[in-house]
Write a protein that binds this ligand. Sequence first.
Ligand SMILES: O=C[C@H](O)COP(=O)(O)O
Length: 251
Amino acid sequence: MRRQIVAGNWKMNKTYPEALALVAEIATDLQNNPVSGVEVIVAPPFPFLTGVNESRGANIQLAAQNCHQKESGAYTGEVSAPMLKSVGCEYVILGHSERRQYFHEDNVLLEQKLKAALDAGLKPIFCCGESLEQREQEIHFSYIAQQLKEGLFHLSNEEFDQVIIAYEPIWAIGTGRTASSEQAQEMHEFIREQVSRAYDAEAALKTPILYGGSCNAQNAKELFACKDVDGGLIGGAALKSADFLTIIRSF
Ligand SMILES: O=C[C@H](O)COP(=O)(O)O
């Protein structure tokens, strides 16, 4: 059976005390009512990583939302992968559509970021997803195939082993309009097939593929029931402990 994972991407939300309260609520609940077989990850903003790391307990793992492609140097305002590793991060989200859109991150840059993350011992959560326009033009499958090929499939087998893929249709992110379970399953199956072609059947079988985009406490169960959906990358619904905990318990 594949790993089941629920990751909360807090994006640019919360103050420090709010972030500490949120992780403490999740950690306490998971300690009192452990959920077996589900990996829980939270990705707070950079300044909160150390504090959240200290409060997360044993049942939650830490992710960063981004990293720079260089190991160190004169890059004012940036944060490197070794820095993230040194404050307790296990994972880093890369290729999120908001980074691609607002910060012009392309597949060439992402290739460098993936290498930097892996070299530092961080496991990438690699995001892909099409726009509404691309879906309406029915080019969503070819677009995702291209994102994977250019952005991810340059990794060696050993490197790819560390990767979690997140499928996040842009039209579903923060819009309240989620992909139907059929749309999610269809694309996840397609992604798995691409992994099989680029690597092998074993890699395809074991790579976790998460769904992201208006996944919430109400629809998580249906989405997670899909054969090729191994969990979720959750935005808005990860900001309330009760909702996030319901999602964690939706397998
Ligand atoms: O990284 C998380 C995704 O962008 C989903 O965000 P959302 O759940 O607010 O739609």
